[in-house]
Design a protein around this ligand. Structure first.
Ligand code: NAD
Length: 502
């Protein structure tokens, strides 16, 4: 048996969750609760209220009042900067506590949380980064085009009430990527964390409160997509939905936004390729590619490079190193420093991943290792052995669908032209890596691959670099100027400065 996580719950001081509406924490009026079961052990961790439509309405109205009546959207730049930096300091100070709560939520091992951008450090960096934009949100002053003498200028104004909906896999980082630019721009927010990762987000919200955010500026409604998320995306007083999650829910949000033409930022899934040429450092490419698919979150990462396109001469070496990485994966209690990787988040996802593995075999892919559910000590958790397929064709289900589990598909190719064709033959376009020692090829490929981020001989998350997807991987970008601008409307102001009209 994996050791019980309950002692860690007590150590972290974890208690049942509550809703935050207009500065007051409390229960839901629906009197429904959600019990969170830990993915590594199946133990019940704690519960939180499920916000119904009435609670969501109260939260949205509180955010609306805080926006329309202020003072938050009208606060001076210096004040907003100080607050965001204070949040950043508090997050750094409480980094270990946040990581422990995240492990209680989604079972991401402590040994990994600090490395893979989910630690207090990177979450704090996101608040620092956006604090830096507050006093740089500038418009333009334009020369007159027509006859009259007008001062023509543009202003960036906060977009209004933002409904922020986040997934469970990197709850702290992805919440920060929404709250920091929204607060920096002067928006007010109703946040809905994932029902599978609520407690770490609630703690982050407490820290934000402690930093001194006025009541009503940030409200939190907890619960699943139905009823909580659904009520938020359909609420007519919400100006923008900022969502990170699956393509299926992204589609529902697009449909729901049609009612009131809500602004949208959507960070969705991926089926990202790694393009590995025989002239590359093949072992390193395999370590990183198999690593993104098995270590830490066990492939439950939007940017995981789950299609390894490998030049035929390099396939054997690539498979050998990937299998070695698979052998290094250790599962168990996320608080054990020897544990490297997480279970799948829930039994629904466990069944889905096992089904896709079966489908891969049935469609003719060759299984090199893994493919089975964790047994013995691991049987109570949602563990799947690190899985490696080769001889995969790009039209097989495992090469087309986002698996969101520890499954890497190796697709052999012959030349550059074929590699580009396979890489782009996907409905997604989130990330890619190119592995080659030929600089000209690296540049050609970086331009040819249709994806929001391309890594050349490596890949890392950067909180200040624009991140997002082409095609069905999303709409908009997080990080950088584009991210904060996405929480603003652009207004043009014209002022004649002579008495002569055109
Ligand atoms: P999900 O779409 O099931 O859930 C995401 C959030 O949406 C949760 O808070 C959920 O409760 C809510 N939700 C579900 N149904 C809803 C509805 N009808 N209306 C409103 N809200 C609803 O996704 P998940 O399983 O939590 O996360 C995995 C997905 O997220 C993967 O597809 C992954 O690729 C994607 N993801 C993308 C990025 C990125 O930056 N592009 C980052 C991480 C994860």
């Amino acid at each position: 048996m994996v050791a019980s996580i309950k002692p860690h719950r007590d150590e972290a001081g974890l208690t049942d969750g509550q809703l935050l509406i207009d500065g007051a924490w409390g229960p839901s009026s629906a009197e429904q609760t959600w019990i969170h079961s830990h993915p590594a052990t199946g133990e019940e961790v704690a519960s939180f209220p499920v916000a119904g439509a009435e609670d969501v309405d109260r939260a949205v109205r509180a955010a609306r009042r805080a926006f329309d009546e202020g003072p938050w959207p009208k606060t001076r730049a210096g004040e907003r900067i100080r607050l965001l930096r204070k949040i950043s300091d508090l997050v750094r100070e409480h980094g270990d506590e946040l990581l422990a709560l995240q492990a209680l939520d989604n079972s991401v091992p402590l040994s990994f949380g600090a490395v893979y951008g989910m630690s207090g450090g990177m979450v704090a960096d996101v608040f620092d980064h956006h604090a830096g934009w507050v006093d740089k949100l500038a418009g333009d002053t334009l020369p007159g085009y027509q006859g009259g003498e007008h001062l023509v200028m543009t202003l960036r104004e906060p977009i209004g009430v933002v409904g922020a909906i986040v997934p469970w896999n990197a709850p702290l980082l992805l919440t920060a990527q929404k709250l920091a630019p929204a607060l920096a721009a002067g928006c007010t927010i109703v946040l809905k964390p994932s029902e599978y990762a609520t407690f770490s987000v609630l703690r982050l919200v407490r820290l934000i409160e402690e930093a001194g955010l006025p009541a009503g500026v940030l409200n939190v409604v907890t619960g699943p997509g139905d009823p909580t998320g659904d009520a938020l995306i359909h609420h007519p007083l919400v100006d923008k939905i900022s969502f990170t999650g699956s393509r299926a829910v992204g589609r529902k949000i697009i449909e729901a936004s049609a009612g009131t033409f809500k602004r949208l930022s959507l960070e969705l899934g991926g089926k990202s390729p790694a393009l590995v040429f025989a002239d590359a450092d093949v072992a390193t490419s395999a370590m990183l590619t198999m690593g993104t698919v098995t270590l830490g979150l066990s492939g439950q990462v939007c940017l995981a490079q789950t299609r390894a396109l490998v030049q035929r001469d390099a396939v054997d070496e690539f498979l050998g190193t990937s299998e070695m990485i698979a052998g290094m994966v250790s599962y168990g209690n996320p608080f054990d420093p020897a544990v490297s990787s997480s279970p799948l988040i829930n039994t629904r996802q466990l069944d889905r991943v096992l089904g896709l593995i079966e489908r891969g075999q049935a469609e003719g892919a060759r299984l090199i290792c893994g493919g089975t559910r964790g047994e013995g000590d691991l049987a109570a958790g949602n563990f799947v052995a690190p899985t490696l397929f080769t001889d995969v064709h790009n039209d097989m289900t495992i090469a087309r669908e986002e698996v969101f589990g520890p499954v890497l598909s190796v697709i052999p190719f012959t030349d550059e032209e074929e590699a580009i064709k396979i890489a782009n033959a996907t409905e997604y376009g989130l990330a890619a890596t190119v592995w080659t020692s030929d600089i000209k090829r690296a540049i050609r490929l970086s331009k040819a691959v249709r994806a929001g981020t391309v890594g050349v001989n490596g890949y890392q998350l950067e909180p200040h670099a624009a991140f997002g997807g082409y095609r069905q991987s999303g709409i908009g970008r997080e990080g950088g100027r584009t991210a904060i601008e996405a929480y603003t409307e652009l207004k043009t102001v014209m002022i004649p400065y002579t008495d002569e009209m055109m």
